[in-house]
Design a protein around this ligand. Structure first.
Ligand code: AMP
Length: 284
């Protein structure tokens, strides 16, 4: 479907029949990570809408919009194969008609990690388009990947602050056999960079192992992760330990902690994260 009116019609009919609506927002170039969200939506809801929209407002100059991988026919076949009912792929002017002038901005949470490096326009673009997708499709449940951990927190805050009646489900990160988090941007990696990129997850795992061994100090855990990255000649854009809900920086792991990383590897900017738990808490 290309138009908001068509999607609204389908949602209205489904609701009238007592069916629950699930939304999986994507920018396409679907991979197993996206497909896991679609499967989850298929299992949990009755009318599954996959949106495919490469949102221009969340890209910045370095992050080349024109180069973003696109293959709508392939995406449509994959989504259908997982049982999606509707692929909603609106053109840009259906989402941003002439004179569009509104931005949704969330303070605080968007100013750190990716927000600090990609600039405020990135999360403003995300929150504005996600709000619009929620208004267009009025889902009962929307499915997001934990791979974009900050995005999940931002979207949860958005629906809470704006009283949007959608439940947000965060789904686990799907990884390649060597641990690299699946991403549409992995397509930018040549063979050498692809090899290097495996170190990102290994760095997160090394910190997690050190925590299990009793090291709870943030600086020490970050140094361990940084050393694994350095071994693969990766200098992270950021590597930080933060509170998993409000993203304040942590000096030590006491309960749960979000270990988050971003790094430029070859031509790609990659992000990943791991939720760490204090060993005493896990056994409690
Ligand atoms: P994107 O197309 O990159 O905007 O991603 C669309 C959705 O898929 C977002 O909610 C992402 O967090 C999620 N996603 C992307 N990669 C993965 C992955 N490897 N595992 C699970 N979810 C993912």
């Amino acid at each position: 479907m290309r138009s908001v009116a068509e999607v609204r019609g389908a949602v209205r009919d489904a609701r009238a029949a007592g069916r629950r609506v699930g939304l999986v927002p994507t920018m396409g170039a679907l991979h197993e990570g996206h497909l896991s969200l679609i499967r989850r939506a298929r299992a949990d809801t009755d009318l599954v809408i996959v949106s495919l929209f490469v949102n221009p407002t969340q890209f910045n100059a370095q992050d080349d919009l024109a180069a973003y991988p696109r293959d709508e026919a392939r995406d449509a076949a994959l989504a259908e194969g997982e049982g999606a009912d509707i692929l909603f792929a609106p053109p840009v002017d259906e989402v941003y008609p002439d004179g569009f002038a509104t931005t949704i901005h969330i303070a605080g949470l968007t100013e750190v990690l990716c927000g600090a490096y990609r600039g405020p326009a990135h999360f403003d673009g995300v929150t504005t388009v996600v709000t619009k997708l929620f208004q267009m499709t009025t889902p009962d449940v929307a499915f997001f990947g934990q791979k974009d951990a900050q995005q999940v927190l931002v979207v949860r805050r958005l629906v809470r602050d704006l009283d949007i009646t959608v439940r947000i489900e965060a789904c686990p990160t799907v990884r390649e056999p060597d641990g690299l988090a699946m991403s549409s941007r992995n397509a930018y990696l040549d063979a050498d960079a692809r090899q290097q990129a495996g170190a990102i997850n290994r760095a997160l795992e090394a910190a997690d192992r050190a925590l299990a061994g009793g090291e709870t100090d943030a600086a020490a855990l970050l140094a361990i992760a940084r050393e694994v990255l350095a071994g693969a000649r990766i200098e992270p854009e950021y590597l930080e330990l933060r509170h998993p809900e409000d993203l304040r920086p942590l000096e030590a792991v006491e309960g749960d902690a979000l270990l988050a990383v971003a790094a430029h590897v070859g031509r790609a900017r990659l992000i990943d994260n791991r939720m760490l738990s204090h060993p005493a808490k896990e056994h409690a």
